[in-house]
Design a protein around this ligand. Sequence first.
Ligand code: PMP
Length: 405
Amino acid sequence: MNQEDFPILNELVHGRRLVYLDNAATTQKPQVVLDAITEAYSHWNANVHRGVHHLSQVATQKHEEAREKVAQLIHAHSSEEIIFTKGTTDSLNMLARSFGDAMVKEGDEIIISQLEHHSNIVPWQMLCERKGAVLKVIPLCEDLSLDLEAFKGLLNEKTKLVSVAHVSNVLGVVNPVEEIIHLAHERGIVVCVDGAQSVPHLVMNVKQLDCDFLVFSAHKMYGPTGLGVLYGKKEWLDKLPPAEGGGEMIEHVSFEKTTYNVLPYKFEAGTPNYVGSYAFGKSIDYVQAIGLENIAKHEHALAEYIEQELNKIRQVKVYAAGKEKAGAVSFNVYRADGALIHPFDVGVLLDRQGVAVRTGHHCAEPLIDWLGVPGTVRASVGLYNTKEDVDVFISALKKAIMMLE
Ligand code: PMP
C-alpha cells in the first residue's frame, strides 16, 4: 500500500532494501508531510495568535485548521477539547499535574495496569509521591489479558482516576477499554486512555468510547515528532487548572492576579508547534484519503500473517498468541535446550539483513519483568508494509536463528 509515497523506504540498509517493521516506535513520513514542513518554513512561518500581520494570521489559521482535523479524526465534540502537546508523554505528564493538583489528595488511589508504557506509569507515580496517594495496578491473567475481576475489586471510593493503554505497545493486544470505562463510570471514576498505539491503527471515536481523556502522538501516525494531543471532555478541561504557565495560556497578567485563557489555550503555554500541527493535519488527510478502516484491515491482516508465520518456526514463542492485535507482534527465540536467545542478538542479525525491528523492554519494564524475560523482539507494521516485507523478515529471522542456535 503506497510505499512510493514514503521516500525513506527507498533507502538501502547494509546494502539491502529497508524492511521497516518498527512502526510502533515511530512511523515514516509521506512526501506530503515532508513538503508541508518545507512549505511552512518557506512561505508562511510566523508566530501564531499574537500577530496582526499577514503571515501570523496565515499561520494561526493553518494551526487552528489542524486542530479541527484532529477533532474530526477522533470524533471529539469540538476542537476546544484538543490540546496540542509535545507527545503522549507530555500529555500524560500534563494531565497528572493538572488533575493531580485539583483532584487528588492524600490516601486517594490511581489505577493503571501491569502492561503500561513507562509514560503511563511514572507521571502517576510522581503524582502519588507529591500527594501521598497510592498507585494500584490491574494485574494480568495467564493469557496476558487484563484481569477485569481484579480490576473491579480495585475500584472504590478512594479511586480518583484510571489510566490504561488501549493497545499494548509490547504485545499489540487490544485491551477492553470500553468495559474498563463502563465499570469506572458506574462508580463516577474518571478514565484516561493511552491511545499512542490505538489512534494510528483503529478508528477512534471518543464520543462512543466515552473516555474522559485520550492521549496520543503525531509521530506514530505518519506525522512529525514533537507533537501530541491531550483530548479531554470539555467539562473536565473547564474544571482543571493549567499545568504550565507562560505566554498564550493567559487572559490578563498582573503581579497581583493572573487570569487564564479560554480552552484549549489555557493548557498551551508558550509558542506552539504550529509547523508540526500543520504537518500532522497533512498526515491526517493522507490516512483519511486511504481510509482508516482500510488501513486497520490491512495492518490486521499483516499482523495475523506475521503471527502465523512465526508460529511455524519451532524455536519461536509468540506472546499473547491468538489474541486480537493491532499492529504489533512480540516474540522470543529459544534454543533446543530451552535457553533464550537474547532479543538484542536477534535484532542485530535482522538489521544486518535490512530488517528493522525493536528489541528490549519497549519502555514497559513491569510487563517484561512479569513475562520473566530480558526483553522481546517486536515486529510492528504500518500502512506501507506488505506481505513481501513479512516474507523477507521471516526468511531473515530463519537465517538469524540458524546462526545463533
Ligand atoms: N504510550 C504508549 C502505549 C506508547 O507506545 C508510547 C510510545 N512508544 C508512549 C506512550 C510514549 O509516546 P511518546 O514517546 O511519543 O511520548
